[in-house]
Design a protein around this ligand. Structure first.
Ligand SMILES: Nc1ncnc2c1ncn2[C@@H]1O[C@H](COP(=O)(O)OP(=O)(O)OP(=O)(O)O)[C@@H](O)[C@H]1O
Ligand SMILES: [Mg+2]
Length: 376
């Protein structure tokens, strides 16, 4: 019997046809071949629609070489494409809509604002959301600054800690604000102190040409002065059931208001960091249990709201009292945080699970529901 085939849908980064995660895909192909799943990689640019064939990127574990082969459409598709400002992304949107009837392990999720609004419908999740508004005018900024002495401004479609501002109302000087952040190219903006009118004008400029959120800042500064948060990965397993894969801590670079690894952040074991932060092992364990339950329920809820998912990474902020906030959810998560924190078992599990889930789905001929709209 031929093996079931999984196609990893990716996007080239540039004209040279480079792939961001090629080494990750290579590991997945090797794992796949061990468990009886034939895995190849392709991009919308490699599809020949007339012939219904794909000029796929295949990797041979025996020779250790990548090559191109013409392949039929796979039984299932694992979509790893993230937003890109390019014609390639437009081509991806056309591919997704033209081949919507194919079996996808995961469908695209929505922007940060839509996700926030969707979570807000349920009190179960509302208690874990920082106060958030879609920035429309300086009135929104003022409104949020009344309740919260720290706020974050971030693009609704941002990734990798790009275009994020942190604003802090200074206790010492009335109506003065400390402002720092990262530009779109991730360059750090050094902290500076400004008046309210200056702050309003900076934020107005910052939010030109895109949609931005203003969000209550959760206090996450460690005694070292660095900011931190947690990355939790939940995935469907080989029985089609959501399960926690792991959680890791991220400690931001010096002078960085974000903790993203791409911005110079460091990955650490969640248990250790959380114990130090909350002051006891008991409190850390309790917070981890609460986070796990939250992550699993969030995954089920988002899947119900937007269509099939096979994994979800939650960026969690946990304050000193152990209250948990969801900063963001990522449907196409990188797994490097586990390898970089030294947790290789979790890293390997994170690569294996989507493959085991694909096998389960194939055997059960279980087609996940296609995108549904949210009930108002
Ligand atoms: N409300 C907040 N309070 C405290 N810190 C925040 C807040 N929002 C964002 N941050 C910090 O900024 C980082 C980046 O924010 P966020 O995860 O929302 O966007 P992103 O990183 O650009 O997206 P991605 O995780 O896909 O790369 C967070 O990991 C966290 O360190
Ligand atoms: Mg994030």
């Amino acid at each position: 019997m031929p093996e079931p085939v999984l196609g990893i849908l990716a996007l080239y980064l540039n004209e040279a046809k480079q792939l961001e995660e090629k080494s990750v895909y290579q590991k997945m192909i090797v794992e796949g071949s061990r468990i009886g799943l034939d895995v190849f990689v392709f991009t919308p640019a490699d599809v020949n629609p007339g012939k219904e064939l794909i000029h796929a990127l295949v990797y041979d574990p025996k020779s250790g070489k990548w090559s191109r082969k013409w392949r039929k459409f796979p039984n299932m598709i694992y979509d790893r494409c993230r937003i890109q400002r390019s014609e390639r992304f437009q081509q991806l949107l056309r591919f997704r809509s033209r081949y919507h009837h194919l079996t996808f392990l995961n469908r695209p999720l929505r922007n940060k604002w839509t996700i926030h609004q969707t979570f807000s419908q349920k009190s179960r999740f509302r208690q874990h959301l920082p106060e958030t508004m879609l920035y429309q005018s300086t009135a929104d900024l003022q409104k949020l600054l009344k309740h919260s002495s720290v706020i974050y401004v971030k693009p609704i479609n941002g990734t990798g800690g790009r275009g994020i501002l942190r604003i802090e109302r200074l206790q010492s000087a009335k109506r003065r604000f400390d402002i720092q952040g990262r530009r779109q190219d991730r360059r750090i903006i050094a902290p500076r102190k400004v008046t309210l009118p200056r702050l309003e004008s900076i934020v107005r400029q910052w939010c030109l040409g895109g949609q931005y959120l203003v969000q209550q800042g959760i206090p996450l500064r460690l005694s070292s002065g660095r900011f931190h948060d947690y990355r939790m990965l939940v995935q469907k397993n080989g029985q089609g059931i959501w399960e926690l894969t792991g959680m890791a801590g991220r400690v931001g670079a010096a002078n960085s208001v974000t903790s993203n690894l791409h911005g110079g952040g460091r990955a650490v074991r969640a248990e250790k960091l959380l114990k130090e932060w909350l002051g006891s092992e008991d409190k850390a364990e309790k917070a981890m249990k609460t986070a796990e339950k939250l992550g699993l329920e969030a995954a089920v809820f988002l899947e119900d709201s937007f269509g099939a998912l096979c994994e979800l990474a939650l960026d969690l902020a946990i304050d000193r009292e152990g209250r948990i906030y969801v900063l963001e959810v990522n449907p196409k998560p990188a797994r490097e945080v586990f390898a970089r924190s030294g947790d290789m078992a979790t890293y390997r599990k994170s690569l294996l699970r989507p493959l085991e889930y694909a096998l389960w789905m194939y055997k059960n001929k279980n087609t996940p529901s296609s995108a549904k709209t949210v009930e108002e």
